[in-house]
Write a protein that binds this ligand. Sequence first.
Ligand SMILES: Cc1cc2nc3c(=O)[nH]c(=O)nc-3n(C[C@H](O)[C@H](O)[C@H](O)COP(=O)(O)OP(=O)(O)OC[C@H]3O[C@@H](n4cnc5c(N)ncnc54)[C@H](O)[C@@H]3O)c2cc1C
Length: 500
Amino acid sequence: MKTLLKEKIKSKLQGYQVNLNNPDSTKPRELNGNKKVAVIGAGIAGISAASNLAERGFDVVLYEKENYLGGKVGAWTFESKGETLNMEHGFHAFFRQYHNLLAYMDRIGARKNLIPIDDYVILFGKGQKQGFNNLDPTPGLNVLDLRKQGVFGVGTLLSPFSMPFLNLLKYDADKTFKKFDNESFERFARRTFMPKKMQLVFNSFARAFFSEPDKMSMAELIKGFHFYFLSNEDGLLYDVLNDDFYSSFLSYCEAHLKKYNTDIRLNTPVTEVIRTGNGFRVNGNEADYVVLCTDVKHIKQVMENSPSLMQYSRFKNSMEGLKTSDRYAVLRIWTDRFENSKLPFFVFTDRLKVLDSITLYHRMEKTSEAWSQKHNGGIFELHSYALPADLTADDQIKETLLLELFHYLPELKGLNIVHEHFQHRNDFPAFHKGLYAGRPGIKTEIQGLYLAGDWVKQDNCTMLMEAAYTSGAQAANFIFEENNLQENQLVSVPQKGLFA
Ligand SMILES: Cc1cc2nc3c(=O)[nH]c(=O)nc-3n(C[C@H](O)[C@H](O)[C@H](O)COP(=O)(O)OP(=O)(O)OC[C@H]3O[C@@H](n4cnc5c(N)ncnc54)[C@H](O)[C@@H]3O)c2cc1C
């Protein structure tokens, strides 16, 4: 009986994976001739656009303002007390729903460096934890299993206030955003009398989008639940890179880009983009196409210096409507202590004030493991995804993060910090209520100018790194279409929920 139900669900959800396009196999794959593309920003979106275009023979220049590739998955080294240490922008989870990104990682040979995490765990209260690895993977049935784990009770199922929860299973981009984009998660939780433990789960989701509950768009959260939990069997478990991001991922991207003759220009911020007839001039170089893949904070600076683009009114309005989320912090510490608890590499917390997650690098990445064995100490990374407005000084932020670490892992009290690396940033795109309608898409009204990044509106259901990769690949597909070339096949989780 259950097997039949599982099959029905799978067939209703189109086998858990759908094609986003139908490439015409009669069209050529290789560009015949010479077309120049400027890709601006070398995060995942830029790497995606540049790789896809260069593979087909486009003449690609990839501009990056930093001295490393990867943007928010970037990696670098720094010196401390005579040692050279690895650092990244922050821990990243590669969810198994990231079909397009994972296919790319396969293509460049980096997928073998992913290792699985044991469980998606949230620490809360006094030493309690909520895990998710024993759930039935089937969408819908996994929700019922949440009840067994105490996330909600029979009372919730029977309450008339719970009716709006059904919308979680009814994701349909147009309807969901129309109905819920102006409502915050906090308001939704209040009016549905959402049980405490369910709020804990939703909160960990909202914080993965760097938003406080009172700002987070409920529509984006419903989309997130659909993407990560309710449209496929991949569930909340994910994989992580087994070493620093440069050696396990970005060095593969770099080698792939170079193999296809991409001109990678690090330390090269683009200051202005000029429209020239049918083409563009970028940092003084001519280009037939531009794919703008910067983050929302820095795209504004480029636009301020690009009056010839800002005379297109729809484009201008959409650029002006872009917002960054709250400030966030990433503190990595190299210590002389280890945790006692048996935890996966990465855990969320229910946050006292600041600390949202803890990563145990000494158990996850090869180089960190080697340091840990040599020095008999742990490497912990502490994230705050949305810093409170009253906490602005770096020292205070660090101190609070550490105090909260000792709350969740009291055995670490009294540790000595051997090295530390701290980042306090504000470059994450806002997924706040009310922003969806004005969000720009990949294709702009300016012929030849495309946008890509995790913040761009797409006609598919992808998020974060997968959204960044897919948008870059879609921008490339639009350029292939213009040149009568075969598109690359892109896929995603089903576009609509079980009850949509
Ligand atoms: C701490 C942290 C943890 C995260 N955890 C996860 C996770 O677990 N799973 C997940 O899926 N996602 C996670 N994310 C989100 C993920 O990192 C992003 O969604 C994704 O990397 C965005 O890629 P992007 O290419 O759109 O943008 P970015 O990575 O921001 O890339 C933009 C690039 O443009 C460059 N640039 C900007 N202006 C210019 C200019 N004028 N000229 C040239 N270059 C310019 C920037 O330097 C940057 O390299 C996390 C993010 C952070 C910050």
